[in-house]
Design a protein around this ligand. Structure first.
Ligand code: URP
Ligand code: ZN
Ligand code: ZN
Length: 487
């Protein structure tokens, strides 16, 4: 009789806090012992010369989502979660995206129907609120937050998604009352619209002008406004997919002033620049996402933000569209930047890219890597310590890495359904070779072992990160005013 279902021995185990040479005993999908000379396992994995890390959590990805323009993502819950698992990710938090006029509850049910039979790793959902009607704000959203959908995203741009400042305040006040975390896509809508129409009027529709229209000042201004709205009501917010120096400065400044402002960035802002959008013909469409990649100085500022704690989470913002009429190019070669589906794939390469260029190039230590790719996501979104760490009682979601394995990236080795990768031709060192979800082997020796639908839905708890500071701005600080305005 074995003591454990599985023992991982002889590896170097790293969490966000420590790096230790120890073995891991797993039973019933959970880590039950960490130590040396554990008893026997029904199965044993020898992790000599390997790094044993918590499986990644990708808390920003778009799966089987229909964009506001009606374009459907290339990945469904099967291909996206298989691709995530091959890249060392064991939990995804995609969006249940409301379009205007839709019931939020109905939207959530549809995403469950899509994910349940297909996901091979565990998943939670954020909500996207594009229509903060009385019904949504008064009934559906509070009820859904209590049911485990404790974070939601709002947009300050896109014609069919953008909320104005008043709607933002309404949404923030519900988040404050219910304890939910608000994720903000911060870009100034009017600046982008104005630049877009000027560019198009002058016949400048090539992909490179996407980066011109989504100016870095548009990101900086909206980030500043989002921070002010957050401060006014004393509600924590997370600025997602941050790319511009101007936005990073605003976030850092808010944090320095003691505000609960969180930041997320993504691989495209470390490894791509606006020059990629200027590749010949419509090739640049492969790199169009919002906000767009910027320049070398912005890449450096993003690295610095990862190093100094401005960013808590590193997500993929996997928004997969095929490079054809079904996705990126609805009008083929004549597609203008305004019509190009926004987003880049990255769910599989998020961790290998950051490992190779961050840990491998000594920009980040292993513990920071784990924090940025797993632990902080679990903490922000109410999944910790079940997910995001290797500790007694945690789910055995583990990625075993060969830190020396060299891989030349090409679309053909990936498992998504996109057909191209923005990182084609890059050489990376370090790769997750064995991936476990709740103690089950999901990926081993380059093969998938998990059946469709074996992933489980994870309701999220309210997180400490989303709690107000308790100190609204002075004008609102008196108990009676705060009571009247904030509740
Ligand atoms: O361009 C992007 N990032 N597309 C995905 C949607 C979003 O705003 O995150
Ligand atoms: Zn966004
Ligand atoms: Zn996104």
């Amino acid at each position: 009789m074995s003591d454990f279902d599985l023992v991982i021995c002889n590896g170097t185990v790293a969490t966000a806090a420590d790096t230790t040479a120890c073995d891991i005993g797993i039973k019933d999908g959970v880590v039950v012992t960490l130590g040396k000379n554990l008893g026997r396992g029904a199965r044993e994995i020898d992790a000599t010369k390997r790094l044993v890390l918590p499986g990644g959590i990708d808390s920003h990805c778009h799966i089987e989502q229909r964009s506001s323009a009606g374009v459907v993502c290339a990945d469904d819950f099967y291909s996206a979660t298989v691709s995530a698992a091959f890249g060392g990710t064991t939990t995804v938090i995609p969006f249940a995206a409301q379009h205007r006029g839709q019931s939020l509850r109905q939207v959530v049910e549809e995403y469950h129907a899509a994910a349940g039979p297909k996901a091979v790793i565990d998943y939670a959902f954020h909500l996207i609120i594009s229509d903060p009607s009385e019904q949504v704000m008064g009934q559906e959203l509070p009820a859904l937050i209590r049911d485990g959908y404790t974070s939601f995203k709002v947009y300050m741009t896109y014609d069919l998604l953008a909320l104005d400042d008043r709607q933002m305040l309404d949404v923030l006040s519900v988040a404050r009352r219910e304890g939910a975390l608000v994720m903000v896509h911060a870009e100034n809508h009017e600046m982008i619209k104005w630049l877009t129409s000027r560019l198009l009027d002058r016949g400048l529709g090539a992909p490179r002008y996407h980066a011109v229209s989504h100016a870095r000042l548009a990101e900086g201004e909206a980030t500043n406004r989002a921070v002010a709205l957050s401060q006014l009501l004393d509600v924590p917010i997370l600025l997602v997919h941050v790319s511009a120096c101007e936005a990073i400065e605003v976030i850092r400044n808010g944090q320095t002033r003691g505000l609960k402002i969180y930041g997320e960035t993504c691989p495209q802002y470390l490894f791509l620049t606006a020059d990629d959008l200027a590749r010949p013909g419509v090739e640049g469409a492969k790199f169009c996402c919002s906000p767009p990649p910027r320049d070398r100085a912005a890449q450096q500022a993003v690295w610095t933000g990862l190093q100094n704690g401005t960013f808590q989470v590193f997500s993929s913002d996997h928004a997969p569209y095929r490079f054809d009429g079904s996705g990126k190019l609805p009008r083929g070669d004549r597609t203008t930047f305004k019509e190009i589906a926004n987003g880049v794939p990255g769910i599989e390469l998020r961790l290998p890219l950051l490992f190779s260029e961050g840990v491998g190039q000594k920009r980040l230590d292993l513990n920071a890597f784990v924090a940025l790719t797993a632990t902080n996501h679990a903490k922000l979104y109410g999944l910790y310590p079940k997910k995001g760490t290797i500790a007694v009682g945690s789910d055995a979601d583990i990625a075993i890495w060969d830190p020396e394995r060299e891989t030349r990236i090409t679309a053909g080795i990936l498992h998504d359904n996109v057909g191209y990768t923005p990182y084609e031709g890059r050489r990376l060192r370090g790769w997750p070779v064995t991936v476990l979800s709740r103690g089950r082997i999901v990926v081993e020796d380059g093969k998938l072992s998990a059946p469709r639908g074996s992933g489980q839905f994870l309701p999220c708890a309210l997180s400490e990160a989303a709690k107000p500071l308790g100190v609204p701005v002075p004008e609102l600080a008196s108990a009676s005013v705060a009571g009247a305005v904030l509740v």
